[in-house]
Design a protein around this ligand. Structure first.
Ligand code: IPM
Ligand code: MN
Length: 357
C-alpha cells in the first residue's frame, strides 16, 4: 500500500473548521482508494506566533520539508496587524513559500455548472470560464530588496522594489508552457511594460522562451486591461502568466467569477520537493468559529494535492465529483446561498460530501 506523509497547517480564523472537514474527507478517500495517509498537524500563522513567537517556526518548516505535500488552510487576523512585519502571519506564509522554493502558484478558475447563477456577473459572461492563473510566487515586489522605511526625511517615506532576473521569469514561463500544452495552448502574459522596466524584461523573456515552443500562442496584456478583460469577457483566457503582485490581485478578481472566493483552490509548486496546497481565500476572522465557512476551496486544494502532489488521480476525481454532486443537489454554504438552495453549515456540507465519496 502506498504511504504518504502530509503536513496539515490549519492556521487561523476559519482554518480549523475547514481543516476538520478536509481531514475527514482525506481519511475516507484513503480507505476507499487504498492508500495510507499520515496527517501531521503543525502550528502556523498567528496561532504559531502566540505559542512560539514566530508565525513560521523552524519545527513547522522542517516537517513541511520532510513531507510529501503540505495542505494549508489560511492564516491571519486583524489582531496581528500591529505586530512587527516579520512577526505577522502573512510573513510566515511568505517564509514558507520561500523556504520550500515554491516559485509557481497555480490557481485554476473553473465555473461549476450548478453555481452559474451564484456569480455576480451575468451567466452568459461566466459560463465558458475555464482559466488558470500561473503566478510567480517568490520574487517580484513581495521579496525585492531594498525595502523599508526612511525616517530621516521631513515626512515619513517607505519603499519597495519590484525586481526580477531573467532566470526567475524563465522558470515560471516554462511552467506556464507545460500547463498550456495540456490545455488550449494559449498563454496571455500580463505585465505593465508600458511603464515598468521590470515588466519589459518580463515581456521580452516570456516571448523568448515561448517562441521555442511552436505549439504555444502567446499574447501580452497590460495588467489594467487584463483586469478589465477579466470582467468583460473572461472566456477569452486560457493560461494567464503573471508576476507575484499582479497575480495576487488578478486571482482574487478571477475568483469572483465563480460566485465565491470560497470555491478557489491553489497549488504552490517547485520543480522537485513538496508543494503547498491552499485555498485562495483568507482566514475570514469575521465568521470564524461560527461553523458557516465554505470548506470547498480547501477540499478542492486537497484534490489538487492528491492529483499533483501524491499522484492519486482517482481519489482526486472522486472528491471533485462528490463536490459537484452535492452542489447540484442544491446544497450550499451561506456564501453561495441564492434563495433556492438549502443552506448548510461547514460541517454539514462536509458530511454531505463524505456521503458521496
Ligand atoms: C494570497 C494571499 C497572500 C499573498 C497574503 C496572505 C500574503 O493574499 O495567497 O493570495 O498576498 O500572496
Ligand atoms: Mn491574495
Amino acid at each position: 500500500m502506498k504511504k504518504y506523509k502530509i503536513v496539515l497547517l490549519s492556521g487561523d480564523g476559519i482554518g480549523p473548521e475547514i481543516s476538520e472537514v478536509s481531514k475527514k474527507v482525506l481519511k475516507k478517500l484513503s480507505k476507499y482508494h487504498n492508500f495510507d495517509i499520515e496527517i501531521i498537524e503543525e502550528l502556523f500563522g498567528g496561532i504559531a506566533y502566540e505559542k512560539y513567537g514566530s508565525p513560521a517556526p523552524d519545527k513547522t518548516l522542517d516537517q513541511c520539508k520532510k513531507s510529501d505535500a503540505v495542505l494549508l488552510a489560511c492564516v491571519g487576523d486583524i489582531k496581528y496587524d500591529s505586530l512587527a512585519r516579520e512577526l505577522r502571519p502573512e510573513s510566515g506564509l511568505l517564509k514558507l513559500r520561500s523556504a520550500l522554493n515554491l516559485f509557481a502558484n497555480i490557481r485554476p478558475v473553473k465555473i461549476r455548472k450548478s453555481l452559474l447563477d451564484s456569480s455576480t456577473l451575468k451567466k452568459e459572461i461566466v459560463e465558458h470560464v475555464d482559466l488558470i492563473v500561473v503566478r510567480e510566487l517568490i520574487g517580484g515586489i513581495y521579496f525585492g530588496k531594498p525595502r523599508g522605511h526612511i525616517t530621516d526625511t521631513k515626512i515619513p517615506k517607505a519603499f519597495n522594489t519590484m525586481v526580477y532576473d531573467s532566470a526567475e521569469i524563465e522558470r515560471i514561463t516554462e511552467i506556464a508552457i507545460k500547463i498550456a500544452n495540456q490545455r488550449n495552448k494559449k498563454i496571455c502574459s500580463v505585465d505593465k511594460s508600458n511603464v515598468l522596466e521590470v515588466s519589459q524584461l518580463w515581456r521580452d523573456t516570456v516571448l523568448n522562451i515561448t517562441s521555442k515552443d511552436k505549439n504555444i500562442s502567446l499574447s501580452n496584456m497590460y495588467v489594467d486591461n487584463a483586469a478589465m478583460q477579466l470582467v468583460r469577457d473572461p472566456g477569452q483566457f486560457d493560461v494567464i502568466l503573471t508576476s507575484n503582485l499582479f497575480g495576487d490581485i488578478l486571482s482574487d478578481l478571477a475568483a469572483m467569477l465563480t460566485g465565491s472566493i470560497g470555491m478557489l483552490p491553489s497549488a504552490s509548486l517547485n520543480n522537485d520537493g513538496p508543494g503547498v496546497f491552499e485555498p485562495v481565500h483568507g482566514s475570514a476572522p469575521d465568521i470564524a468559529g461560527k461553523n458557516i465557512a465554505n470548506p470547498i476551496a480547501m477540499l478542492l486544494s486537497a484534490s489538487m494535492m492528491l492529483k499533483i502532489g501524491l499522484n492519486e488521480e482517482e481519489a482526486a476525481e472522486n472528491l471533485e465529483t462528490a463536490i459537484d454532486k452535492v452542489l447540484s443537489k442544491g446544497f450550499r454554504t451561506a456564501d453561495l446561498a441564492d434563495g433556492f438552495s438549502e443552506v448548510l453549515s461547514c460541517s454539514e456540507i462536509g458530511d454531505k460530501i463524505m456521503d458521496e465519496i
